[in-house]
Unconditional design. Structure first.
Length: 154
C-alpha cells in the first residue's frame, strides 16, 4: 500500500495529520495540485487544526498566483489565535506590510515569546525603522535575543 493510500484511509477516518500530509503531497506534486492542497488543508482546518490553517495561509500567500493576501491573512491570523507560533510571525508580517505597526508589534512579540527567532528580527526592524521616534534600545534588545542560527526576516 502506498503512502498516499494510507493517508487517504486515515484522512477518511478524520486524521488531521493525514489530511495535512495529503495537502503537502498535492502542493509538492509535479505539477502542483493547489486545488487539492487547499481542499485537504481546508478539511483539517475545519476540524480546528492550526497547522492546516497556517498551511492555508502559506498557500494563499506564496503558492497561488497572484497571491490572495486577504485569504492568507485570514488563515494565518486564525492559526495565530489558535497558538501557532510561525503563524503569529506571518500575521505580524502582513500587518507590517499594511503599516499597522501596533498590531504587527503585538504579533511579533507573541511569536518571539513562543521561540520564533525571526520574529525578534522583525520586531527589531519595526522598532528601528517604523516608530517615530525610533526605539533603538528596544531594537538592539531584540537583536540580542535572537539565536545566532536564525534566518533573518522569516
Amino acid at each position: 500500500m502506498t503512502r498516499e493510500v494510507e493517508y487517504r484511509q486515515a484522512a477518511s477516518a478524520g486524521d488531521v495529520a493525514a489530511m495535512n500530509a495529503l495537502g503537502e503531497l498535492a502542493q509538492q506534486a509535479d505539477p502542483p495540485d493547489l486545488d487539492a492542497a487547499r481542499e485537504w488543508f481546508g478539511k483539517a482546518a475545519d476540524l480546528g487544526d492550526v497547522a492546516a490553517m497556517n498551511s492555508l495561509g502559506s498557500l494563499h500567500r506564496h503558492k497561488i498566483d497572484p497571491p490572495d493576501l486577504a485569504a492568507a491573512k485570514h488563515w494565518y491570523e486564525k492559526a495565530a489565535v489558535g497558538g501557532h507560533a510561525d503563524a503569529m510571525n506571518e500575521t505580524g508580517r502582513l500587518y507590517y506590510a499594511e503599516e499597522d505597526f501596533e498590531t504587527a508589534r503585538e504579533w511579533f512579540r507573541r511569536a518571539a515569546a513562543s521561540g520564533i527567532d525571526p520574529a525578534n528580527y522583525n520586531l527589531g526592524q519595526l522598532y528601528r525603522y517604523k516608530l517615530d521616534p525610533p526605539d533603538l534600545d528596544m531594537a538592539r534588545q531584540c537583536t540580542k535575543e535572537r539565536r545566532p542560527t536564525a534566518t533573518p526576516g522569516r
